[in-house]
Design a protein around this ligand. Structure first.
Ligand code: SF4
Length: 266
């Protein structure tokens, strides 16, 4: 059995800020709109208040319940976790009696059905680690919702999805980074192959990637190149698009307002 990782000298350097820290959200933000990246990670401005959408509460609650299910194998434990989470006053927008509350439990029941199909010899919920590379000058924050060693010794990681839609290429990039978490935290041997799955509990769709150590190295190289671009960027161009709808800085962003006005003229 591969043991839980201990803090290495590399980890210590990553934590001390020697290495440039990067993660999936940061990369996607930078590639989508450098102005948004500036707002979030460079400006130092206080983040706008949480708009209070119920979907993130549902997503977080279902992920918490799926973690407990993986820990104990008992659906009742996951249900209890979800129930308590959604009854918290801060989560009233998806509380009992709302349609969001019902949706959360439907998603969790779909998760229980998914869990029952996994022929696991050993499992672990929520891998979350740093993958430092001194040579590349980066530390990648990597996480996966669940890891399993399946019968026959194969490895699988899962990222649970609860949304209505995701861009395929964004999901693939997220799985590639989750793969780093699995290889690093569980110290997988070089020859180990990993099945990485984005499993949507709403639709039942599974997006599957078969990944090797070479893929992990390619992911690190790609992260290093994006990190170099991030560090070299001094002009923060706004790129208004469909993603503006979800941007927490939209109210402050002149470019988004101009794009909306131009669209209205057309
Ligand atoms: S509102 Fe749109 S253009 Fe403005 S920062 Fe956000 S994503 Fe970029």
């Amino acid at each position: 059995m591969l043991s839980k990782g201990t803090v290495t000298a590399y980890d210590a350097r990553a934590m001390s800020g020697v290495l440039f820290r990067i993660n999936h959200s940061k990369v996607q933000c930078f590639l989508r709109c450098t102005k948004q990246y500036w707002y979030r990670y460079v400006s130092g401005l206080a983040w706008p208040p949480d708009p209070g959408a119920p979907a993130p509460v549902v997503g977080k609650g279902v992920h918490r319940a799926m973690k407990v299910l993986c820990e104990t194998g008992e659906p009742a434990d996951g249900r209890a976790e979800l129930d308590a989470y959604l009854r918290m006053p801060a989560h009233a927008r998806a509380g009992p009696g709302t349609e969001w509350h019902a949706t959360a439990f439907e998603l969790f029941e779909a998760g229980c059905a998914a869990h029952a199909t996994i022929e696991s010899e050993w499992s672990r919920p929520e891998l979350d680690t740093w993958v430092p590379s001194v040579r590349r000058g980066i530390a990648v924050s990597a996480r996966a919702d669940r890891a399993d060693r399946l019968r026959g010794g194969r490895w699988q990681l899962i990222d649970w999805k609860t949304g209505r839609w995701e861009l395929d290429e964004t999901v693939d990039a997220q799985l590639d980074i989750a793969h780093l978490a699995l290889r690093t935290q569980l110290r997988l041997p070089r020859e180990a192959e990993v099945t990485a799955v984005a499993w949507n509990l709403r639709s039942g769709d599974r997006r599957v990637r078969q990944l090797t150590r070479d893929d992990a190295a390619a992911t690190m190289e790609r992260m290093a190149r994006v990190a170099a671009r991030m560090q070299a960027t001094t002009e923060w161009e706004a790129l208004p698009g469909p993603g503006c709808v979800l941007c927490e800085w939209r109210e402050q962003c002149d470019a988004a307002a101009e794009a909306e006005a131009a669209a209205a003229e057309w």
